[in-house]
Write a protein that binds this ligand. Structure first.
Ligand SMILES: *[C@@H]1O[C@H](CO)[C@@H](O)[C@H](O)[C@H]1NC(C)=O
Ligand SMILES: *[C@@H]1O[C@H](CO)[C@@H](O)[C@H](O)[C@H]1NC(C)=O
Ligand SMILES: *[C@@H]1O[C@H](CO)[C@@H](O)[C@H](O)[C@H]1NC(C)=O
Ligand SMILES: *[C@@H]1O[C@H](CO)[C@@H](O)[C@H](O)[C@H]1NC(C)=O
Length: 479
């Protein structure tokens, strides 16, 4: 009985696969209210997305992918690297529980760690990453899963080019020898090099960066490198890696792009218009299979990201919680052309999402005269809920003083499942049933959580909360 159903499914999927060829998405879950995994999987199918990259191997997520034709990359978080490195049995147990037992999940890769050599980690994963990678691959091979490849997702900061020309690319000097050993091992195992490339961050981090060069629509001017023209930073960045690999002796190494995308809020360059411009150019480029000047042909990529994540650390910037192609509730933000064949249309949103009651928590204007008390309440709310849409040039930056307070109060109230106790704020707040949204600033209604909820105390990057707090104290003092 299962067989004919599979065949029908496979046939339908095949039609869709040919549309969104080679394109996968990252599905993260650092969120206060995760969507039900089965709704997300249906959404992937409805949009013809047939590859997904996860950051762990959460059983609810993974089991929702069982029996589908979606290829899966499982993840092992950085805090597990030491354990996997020290002791082969831990790696063996991980493989047994998360790979062998999921026999009807189409697992293709295991991502060992996540950007473990990021400079901001101060070298804390340097000793453990390669041994962990080897133990996981060995455990996969020993259990008869040798077709599944273990790899390490790297941030593009593992390589650099002093002149910004790709041909000057090389691995960062402090990790050059580890990178070489790792690549050699992965090459032997036929595992691809996985790299995250962020044109948005190139633009964000450098006020002199040529704006159009961040996009792939060939309006970017160009840099010339030994006779090769580069019209966008994605190509230049990717080829910088290819040159680094070549200098390490592995010019044939397969490269997969683990993350690439554009956020839609929380920064002056993070909005729907620029995200659409980025994706339009990028998806067209992917569909053409033109590749890059150093390596023409198809590139396997995972877009970042599927959904907004309201509990992500904002240490890198307020935009961190707005990378989703879809909002927190699985609804699309802007039209996209996954096929790059002129079929620009809204992606299919999640169906059957359950929302909480249509009510909002707002400030009572008659009770908000004490500005210090208001500021303290706002800080409290924003340190425990997501207020990143309030910042400079974001979607809710046009609110007035009272609008700001209401926004913060509502986010706290919604994040706490509309618990009436969380709309108190020393009597300054009240619950209303008319839509509190103002202009382009959405005051959301939270969804009913479809999984394990993270609470603010669970967010590992406590520093991000402090940054958030400091930011709001500063801004409320200047009110
Ligand atoms: C399997 O993966 C889950 C989710 O990432 C993790 O919590 C668990 O510890 C893993 N199992 C083993 C035996 O390591
Ligand atoms: C890295 O070092 C800096 C400066 O000493 C410190 O502020 C930061 O917390 C460290 N980060 C980690 C992940 O250890
Ligand atoms: C509202 O809050 C934002 C962010 O904290 C701040 O930049 C803005 O100046 C505030 N607006 C008013 C009118 O207080
Ligand atoms: C509230 O209004 C905004 C803006 O008009 C709209 O996008 C949103 O869907 C409304 N919310 C509800 C729950 O009706």
């Amino acid at each position: 009985m299962a067989r004919p159903r599979f065949l029908v499914g496979a046939w339908a999927a095949l039609l869709l696969v040919s549309l969104a060829h080679g394109i996968g998405v990252n599905w993260g879950s650092i969120t206060s209210h995760p969507l039900k995994a089965s709704l997300v999987v249906q959404m992937l199918k409805d949009n013809g997305i047939n590859k997904v990259k996860l950051f762990d191997a959460d059983s609810r997520t993974v089991s929702a992918l069982a029996g589908t034709t979606i290829e899966v990359m499982l993840g092992i978080p950085n805090d597990q690297l030491a354990k996997m490195a020290d002791d082969y049995e831990s790696a063996r147990d991980w493989v047994k529980e998360n790979v062998t037992k999921n026999s009807n999940v189409k697992i293709r890769y295991v991502a060992v760690g996540n950007e473990p050599f990021l400079t901001s980690y101060n070298g804390s994963n340097l000793e453990t990453t390669l041994p962990a990678l080897k133990n996981i691959q060995k455990a996969l091979n020993d259990a008869g899963h040798g077709d599944i490849k273990a790899t390490v997702p790297h941030n593009a900061d593992v390589y650099e080019s002093p002149s910004n020309k790709p041909s000057d690319g090389n691995f960062r000097s402090d990790i050059k020898s580890i990178m070489k050993d790792m690549i050699q091992y992965q090459h032997e195992q036929k595992s691809p090099f996985l790299v995250n490339i962020y044109p948005f961050l190139s633009l964000h981090g450098n006020s002199h960066f040529p704006f159009d060069f961040a996009f792939c629509d060939n309006n970017g001017g160009s840099i010339t490198d030994e006779g090769t023209e580069y019209a966008n930073v994605f190509d230049a960045n990717y080829d910088t890696l290819l040159w680094a690999l070549k200098k390490a002796g592995y010019s044939e190494m397969k490269v997969v792009v683990g993350e690439v995308g554009w956020p839609t809020d929380g920064d002056k360059n993070a909005n729907v218009k620029l995200a659409k411009r980025f994706y339009d150019g990028f998806l067209k480029k992917m569909a053409s299979n033109e590749g890059t000047p150093q390596r023409p042909g198809q590139i396997e990529v995972y877009l970042f990201s599927l959904l907004d994540e309201d509990m992500k650390s904002i240490a890198p910037g307020m935009f961190e919680r707005h990378w989703g192609i879809f909002r927190y509730d699985g609804q699309p933000k802007f039209p996209m052309d996954f096929t790059a064949k002129g079929q620009d249309k809204m992606p299919v949103g999640a169906k059957g999402v359950e929302y909480q009651t249509k009510q909002w928590c707002v400030v009572d204007p008659n009770k908000a005269h004490d500005k210090d008390a208001v500021g303290a309440n706002m800080n409290y709310a924003c340190s425990r809920a997501d207020c990143t849409s309030l910042v400079y040039e974001s979607s809710c930056n046009n609110l007035d003083y009272l609008g700001n307070i209401s926004y913060a109060f509502n986010m706290y109230f919604q994040t706490n499942d509309q618990d009436i106790e969380t709309c108190g704020f020393n009597g300054m707040a009240k619950v209303v049933t008319h839509n509190a949204s103002q202009g382009s600033c959405l005051f959301p209604i939270m969804i009913v959580s479809g999984g394990v909820r993270l609470r603010s105390g669970f967010v590992s990057a406590v520093s991000s909360l402090i940054i958030g707090l400091m930011f709001l104290i500063t801004s409320s003092q200047s009110m």
